[in-house]
Ligand binder design. Structure first.
Ligand code: NAD
Length: 284
């Protein structure tokens, strides 16, 4: 399939970043959300991200202008009728995503690929809800999308070879690097990353070292660009906790139990940077 146009459903953090990245790479983009307010917010976010890239000399003004002109926004799923690929990046909720994928299936061409950016929902289970599950695939982008090079390409049990190959090529054409992953909770990156962060909370809770020392240790000794506890504050402690809870539930393995300190901080509303306080204090 010669992919030329992309639909993005959800104009939030991830959807607007995906729309921006695709438009910069030369694709026509239709971005869908439930309200004009959400669409305006998404467009403003991607416009200011493009502006920053121009200011840093990473993008020229002509590409910025052309990218903005390639993005059409709408609250009407019927606008997806002409696109080659739809990437769903709406709110993480299993019932909602099932409903959205069926709406996409009804609106898009029968040969269009339907990708989902879900972080934690089974691609196999989502695909099973559609008439043709072979065209459903996971495309897991990382935040912030314009900066992060990786896309995990997740094959559900039913995903066809053609679908997986087409999104792999698409990923390269939008200047990202794909890795192929079989559907499994947390895929590859979060499966390894979040339990490592959880382990850092155990180490902190046991008084083995201070938060600063733990983070310095992993930066200087394991060459990580950011320590696991500072990263937890960036991701959101509530997000880390809910991923561990998904792992315990889906693998049925107690090795994924969340650290009690992580639970305590979440219960206290200390969720990280977004609340001004997590492991570290960001209030000035
Ligand atoms: P977000 O809350 O910033 O944006 C979600 C958007 O979806 C909102 O604009 C909302 O209005 C819209 N939406 C809700 N219902 C809709 C519907 N029926 N039709 C169209 N749009 C609808 O969320 P986000 O952080 O961008 O996350 C989106 C998806 O990406 C989730 O599945 C999440 O798990 C995944 N993800 C997030 C990150 C991250 O770091 N934020 C990283 C990788 C993957």
């Amino acid at each position: 399939m010669n992919i030329k146009s992309i639909g993005v459903v959800g104009a939030g953090t991830m959807g607007s970043g995906i729309a921006q990245t695709a438009a910069v790479a030369g694709f026509d983009v239709v971005m869908i959300d439930v309200s004009d307010a959400a669409l305006s917010k998404g467009r403003a976010a991607l416009a200011s991200s493009l502006e920053r890239l121009v200011a840093k000399g990473k993008l020229d003004a002509a590409t910025q202008k052309a990218a903005l002109e390639r993005i059409v926004t709408s609250v009407d799923y019927a606008q997806l009728a002409s696109v080659d690929v739809v990437i769903e990046a709406a709110t993480e909720n299993v019932e909602l995503k099932g409903r959205i994928l069926k709406q996409i299936e009804a609106a898009a061409r029968p040969d269009a690929i339907i990708a989902t950016n879900t972080s934690s929902i089974s691609i196999t289970a989502l695909a099973a809800q559609l008439a043709d599950p072979s065209r459903v695939v996971g495309m897991h982008f990382f935040n912030p999308v314009p900066m992060m090079p990786l896309v995990e390409i997740i094959r559900g049990l039913q995903t066809s070879d053609e679908t997986a190959a087409a999104v792999r090529t698409l990923t390269e054409r939008i200047d990202k690097s794909p890795i192929g992953v079989r559907n499994s909770p947390g895929f590859v990156v979060n499966r390894i990353l979040i339990p490592m962060i959880n382990e850092a909370f155990f180490v902190l809770n046991e008084g083995v070292a201070t938060a600063h020392e733990i983070d310095e240790g992993m930066k200087l000794g394991a060459n990580h660009p950011i320590g696991p506890l500072a990263l937890a504050d960036l991701i959101g402690l509530d997000v880390c906790l809910s991923v561990m809870e998904v792992f315990v539930r889906d693998f049925g393995d107690p090795k994924y139990r969340a650290c009690s300190l992580l639970r305590e901080l979440v219960a206290a509303g200390r969720l990280g940077r977004k609340t001004g306080r997590g492991v570290y204090d960001y209030a000035v």
